[in-house]
Design a protein around this ligand. Sequence first.
Ligand code: CA
Ligand code: CA
Ligand code: CA
Ligand code: CA
Length: 329
Amino acid sequence: MKKILSIYILYLIILVGILMCTNLIDAKILPDYDNDGLADQEEEKVYNTDRNNPDTDQDGYPDSLEIFHGYSPVQNNAARLNKVTLNIPYINESPDGSWTGPWKNGCEEASIAMIENFYLGNETVAIKDSMDFMMTLFNKQDQIWGSNADADAYRTAKLIDDYTNYNAIIIDNPTIASIKKELNQKRPVISFHYGKELQNPNIPFLATGSYYHVIVLIGYDDTTGEFIAHDNGDIKTGEKHRYNYDVLMNSLNDFVFETRQANGTPRVIFTYPKLVKLTNSPHVYYLKDNDKQWIVNEQTFNAQGFDWAAINVVRQEWLDNFTEDADIK
Ligand SMILES: [Ca+2]
Ligand SMILES: [Ca+2]
Ligand SMILES: [Ca+2]
Ligand SMILES: [Ca+2]
């Protein structure tokens, strides 16, 4: 009888567990076999860690904790993480290579699109899907500002906040360390440049233009002193293009509307997903500014028009920085 009772209780526990998780049934959470907070594909393609072992180097610190704090998950000493390349699909500024109309200055839109697909968990993007998404952003800018050319960091941030599944934070005068910290924590960065100083001959700037350019920073490599970028304007080697730290930092300049030149404040945009959850909890939160709001159930999630694919797994110590606001019911 006692055995039957305990089996019954076990059954109840499992049932409750399943019910608690029903609000994640449609979520496209990438598989994380060892439950260490890093998806299997991240372990394989980004960090070279063991997807079957939560503590690859057996130093007592789980893989994702080490990466979050910038330590090496594969060396069991105080070795720092010195190389990261986030797995982000590449989109060219003119996805079909036509270089006509708005596609001549689609660098902001291509940058926004790449990060949107990253936070949606997409490893590849079809050319048509890229173009449809970017076209929506061109049209919105035409409606709001009467032009889709040369969106500065503020316009770019507004497009991100209003039309994507992630948030933008404008950062003036960033440092190499602050950008690397973002990349360690799996958040790509958008950077704004006086493109001529990127010294990349494969970007076909108009000699009479402003040389304004916008790219996505997807990683870094301390062993060579380089950022790794998806440079959507580079027609030959834009994917995972490497820029020396100093070259990239020295070319940071936002666009200035008054003068129509790319000689403004050194500026980047940090990003973070709007919809997040922790590894071991079914609770999904909506993030905005410094606030987090728990979305109480599946019906509410759907009623709000949220996208299940947009839920990202984050670490507790990062989510703790957000203030608990009213639940979304
Ligand atoms: Ca894992
Ligand atoms: Ca692991
Ligand atoms: Ca470890
Ligand atoms: Ca380690």
